[in-house]
Design a binder for this molecule. Structure first.
Ligand code: ADP
Ligand code: MG
Length: 279
């Protein structure tokens, strides 16, 4: 039978907007040693603003048409910046390529919208761009058209949450991202992350988590569809309830309803107290 103290523990967490799926989660929370985070939407707000368009202005129109089919945080920001209606009748084909971007056929022409990995995959030549921001490259019929510079912002509570985690005994705080190194390192240094893995494909994220597992009880927090495999692999998966995809919420052991990262150290500290009571 489940000791009564667990119910008080689970109830107390739910009052704080932390949903825990089962009593074993409390025990696992109380012994957590490592915490791995996805960047976009987890450490950052996942709300990008388009700060510059380099190359042809048409790049924003092509990008908006491609992104009209995506639920990625990048997609919403590009559609917001475009402002005009997207006429979906102009689109003949759509393919979202995880960790790369999107390919569409628009008015019979092939449009690619994504990162340098996507451009490399299709052998498209693009200029070197010296900007600190996430870069979205656009090509049409195998020719480079332009680049959107988009910028995300830290969540207000990220830095404090990492500090509190360290106080709660987490010895390793790690960030994983598909974004480029310059952006990843910049974000990580602002919040006090111990190690950063950037330019990860979805499968690279799985490999990193697998390699860290032997070093101690590991939690992973993420928001995206791509994150479901790592959420399942971690000893404890945390999903962001507000911005998280259904797949991530489904795969998680703990759901943070308001996306506030401070709820993770709170859950750890509460669980330690609960375990003190129930043991
Ligand atoms: P993360 O959540 O760590 O940013 P993703 O795997 O979701 O990782 O994305 C990795 C990278 O792939 C993004 O930084 C971006 O460069 C590119 N990308 C993914 N999806 C899209 C999209 N819909 N539009 C443009 N670029 C994308
Ligand atoms: Mg993501």
């Amino acid at each position: 039978s489940i000791p009564l103290g667990f119910f008080a523990g689970i109830g107390g967490l739910s009052k704080n907007g932390i949903l825990v799926k089962g009593s074993t989660v409390i025990e696992s929370l109380s012994t957590l040693q490592q915490m791995v985070f996805d960047k976009t939407g987890t450490i950052t707000q996942g709300k990008f603003g388009v700060s510059k368009i380099l190359g042809e202005q048409k790049a924003i129109e092509y990008a908006a048409y491609a992104e009209s089919n995506s639920t990625h945080p990048i997609a919403k920001s590009i559609l917001d910046a475009y402002k005009e209606e997207v006429d979906t009748k102009r689109i003949q084909e759509v393919e979202e390529i995880a960790g790369h971007g999107i390919r569409i056929v628009l008015d019979g022409e092939t449009i690619l919208v994504g990162n340098t990995k996507l451009m490399d995959q299709f052998n498209i030549k693009y200029p070197v761009i010296d900007e600190l921001g996430t870069l979205v490259y656009v090509s049409k019929n195998n020719e480079y058209i332009g680049t959107l510079v988009i910028e995300d912002q830290l969540k207000q509570d990220s830095k404090q949450a990492i500090q509190s985690l360290k106080k709660a005994g987490i010895k390793n705080c790690v960030m994983l991202t598909g974004d480029r190194k310059a952006v990843a390192d910049h974000i990580a240094s602002q919040v006090g992350i111990d190690s950063v893995y950037s330019e990860c494909l979805p499968n690279d994220k799985v490999n990193v988590v697998e390699s860290l597992l032997p070093q101690g009880n590991l939690g992973f927090a993420g928001d995206g569809i791509n994150d479901a495999p790592v959420l399942a692999l971690a000893d404890l998966g945390f999903a962001m309830g507000g911005v998280g995809s259904d797949a991530a919420i489904e795969a998680a052991d703990v759901v943070i309803m308001d996306d506030n990262l401070n709820k993770i150290p709170l859950a750890i500290n509460r669980s330690k107290k609960t375990m003190g009571i129930v043991k």
